[in-house]
Ligand binder design. Structure first.
Ligand code: GRF
Length: 192
């Protein structure tokens, strides 16, 4: 039987999953790293379609699956040892955080500690950045702990906010940074 990969990743996403796909494609063909699961708390999330096309086991789950330990069990059955959140809009319960100390990362589409916290997701973040008259925005990759967007920061990259920007224009610029850096930073963390 073929040896299991050293690093087995699960990606949690609640929406489109373009980051999830980008990460899976980045590691495609690597012997040491494999994205083994796409998990979503939304049964109609497009990330699940992307997962099927990429032949990655993709599952939607209910809140109770998380609360009653079935997601932790699924992660363990699949021998997942690193978790990536990419546009995942629910809190990760303490049991999972404790089972994966410093092995869960998230990406936030702004420069934390500004524009983070509960309710700060998607377009709302970009709206708030523009509203505040910021000249710069960007991405923050950070460890996940029990508080929204407050785990230790691993990496940040910035981009300009133009006076003419709409939230969707800014989102596009921020997404480009995400695609460029998120897989690369995950790769680096796996090697540490
Ligand atoms: C990304 O901007 C990410 O930073 C944020 O949610 C968005 C998800 O986009 N947390 P996608 O689903 O990867 O396309």
């Amino acid at each position: 039987m073929k040896n299991l990969q050293k690093h087995r990743l699960a990606v949690f996403a609640s929406g489109s999953g373009s980051n999830a796909e980008n990460i899976a494609r980045y590691f495609d063909g690597r012997e040491d790293v494999k994205v083994v699961l796409f998990l979503s708390n939304k049964k109609n999330a497009y990330v699940l379609e992307r997962g099927k096309k990429l032949r990655i086991a993709s599952h939607a789950f209910e809140k109770t699956d998380m609360e009653e330990g079935r997601i932790l069990q699924l992660l363990q059955e699949n021998q997942v040892n690193f978790i990536v959140l990419a546009g995942y809009l629910q809190k990760i319960p303490p049991e999972i955080i404790q089972a994966y100390p410093d092995k869960i990362v998230n990406i936030h589409p702004a420069l934390l500690p500004k524009f983070g916290g509960k309710g700060m997701y998607g377009e709302r973040v970009h709206e708030a950045v523009i509203q505040a008259g910021e000249k710069e925005s960007g991405i923050t990759i950070h460890y996940v702990n029990e508080h929204y967007d407050r785990g230790n920061i691993i990496f940040q990259a910035s981009c300009p906010v133009l006076a003419s920007d709409t939230p969707s224009e800014l989102a596009l610029r921020v997404h480009e940074l995400e695609y460029l850096h998120y897989p690369r930073i995950i790769d680096k963390l796996l090697k540490e």
